[in-house]
Design a protein. Structure first.
Length: 418
């Protein structure tokens, strides 16, 4: 039996072993650990010393109806731990509420609510609102034309906004976090569609904020916000999902600072391109094919032209997006996908443009628990076994290949920049 490199990787809630020929040169990368394990102290220090903003106590003086905006279950944001720190001050306002910024994601189920709020759930449950971007009755136009957007009415009803976010690389918005909590987080479908249109371009790229058309749209269309009534907490997590850096205070300054810190923990600088990249998508972004897309997007820069990339994600909820499925039915011929960049944008179209751009350069393979016939229409060579996918890829790139394994690939960004 030939000798192999045995690499344990995460697959859903368990570990599996990926076997590479011993003739391969295999490297493994991922998020970095924090140098400071005391995340409570990091959080307390940030809240006590806000950036370019009053203290939280002063910010909430006289407030009647503050609204706390939090991420949904597709992020690892430690919302519950942060709320524990804020609740003593927040509870001085009589009508405070929390809203889960789902964008167009489905509402969180009970396990996801516990994931979001942790041991704070029962303390806050009666005050939690769930955004629904498809519910027009819950939306109102905000901002001045032509830059107005439809947002959840709770934004307009609040006399203060507190945004709680985790900041990590995002495949087309540069980074998560910041104003993205509001748009697309609390926006209606049509406004979200407009905000995503720039995602078909090559300038909509991981860790790129300046010159990124998606980020520019978000900033322009949330310019109506009175930042004196917005208080932000932007968190950067380490490899173990512990708070490695926290920034509180002014919305834009906290986001900018968190982007710098996120590069430290999430960016992996490469010296060369690889024949094969194994992109390992971790929970919660391995939930469906639509979310798992983020994994191979952040890893693909590491693949040489003509190489291969395999991404692994159980996708227990299948495709995960009705508009992604509808577009796949509308455009079943992948030969047409590159030209979609120049057609009027509809929600999800960027997925097909970007997949076509990728598969024109390298072989793109998916290992999931979905039936193979349900995965292949989306442009991926589909497999149910990671070892089978590796065997096919190695037959393509050669047994003495350079291989890169990227753990937690949906947030680990490969780069060639310092």
């Amino acid at each position: 039996m030939p000798m192999t490199h045995d690499i344990d990787i995460r697959y859903g809630d368990r570990a599996i072993t990926a076997h590479f020929p011993n003739s391969c040169k295999v490297e493994v990368v991922g998020r970095r650990p924090s140098e400071n394990p005391d995340e409570s102290a990091i959080l307390a220090e940030a809240v006590a010393r806000p950036l370019a903003a009053p203290s939280l106590t002063d910010f909430l003086k006289g407030a009647e109806s503050p609204l706390v905006v939090v991420n949904d279950g597709t992020r690892s944001t430690p919302t519950g731990r942060i709320l524990r720190q804020l609740l003593p001050v927040l509870s001085t306002a009589p009508r405070w509420k929390i809203i889960v910024a789902t964008g167009l994601h489905r509402a969180p189920n009970e396990p996801e609510m516990r994931h979001i709020f942790g041991d704070c759930l029962e303390l806050v449950r009666d005050r939690v609102l769930i955004h629904n971007g498809y519910d027009n009755a819950s939306l109102a136009a905000m901002g001045a034309d032509p830059d107005s957007v439809l947002l959840n009415r709770a934004v307009g009803a609040a006399d203060r906004l507190i945004l709680i976010n985790s900041v990590e690389p995002h495949f087309f918005a540069g980074f998560t976090g910041g104003r993205k909590s509001i748009l697309p987080g609390l926006a209606g479908r049509d406004s979200i569609e407009r905000s995503h249109a720039g995602a078909v371009t090559v300038n909509a790229a991981p860790m790129r904020v300046a010159g990124n058309p998606v980020r520019e749209f978000i900033h322009t269309h949330t310019a109506f916000l009175d930042l004196s009534r917005v208080w932000s907490i932007q968190v950067v997590l380490d490899r173990a999902d512990r708070m490695a850096a926290v920034f509180a205070g002014d919305l834009d300054k906290t986001f900018e600072s968190a982007c710098v810190a996120a590069r430290k923990y999430y960016a992996v600088r490469l010296e060369r391109h690889y024949d094969l990249v194994l992109s390992v998508v971790h929970p919660p972004l391995d939930i469906n094919l639509y979310q798992a897309f983020k994994g191979w997007e952040l890893s693909q820069i590491g693949v040489r032209d003509g190489g291969a990339l395999i991404f692994t994600a159980p996708c227990r909820e299948g495709v995960g997006s009705s508009f992604y499925q509808k577009l796949c039915d509308m455009y079943p011929n992948a030969i047409e996908w590159p030209a979609l960049e120049h057609r009027p944008y509809t929600l999800g179209l960027h997925k097909f443009v970007r997949t076509a751009r990728a598969t024109s350069r390298y072989r793109l393979m998916a290992v999931t628990d979905m039936p193979v016939v349900e995965v292949t229409p989306y442009g991926f060579e589909a497999f149910s076994s990671v070892d089978t996918s590796i065997q096919v890829a190695i037959a393509h790139v050669g047994a003495d290949s350079n291989v890169l394994v990227v753990e937690d690939s949906a947030v680990t960004a490969l780069t060639y920049e310092d």
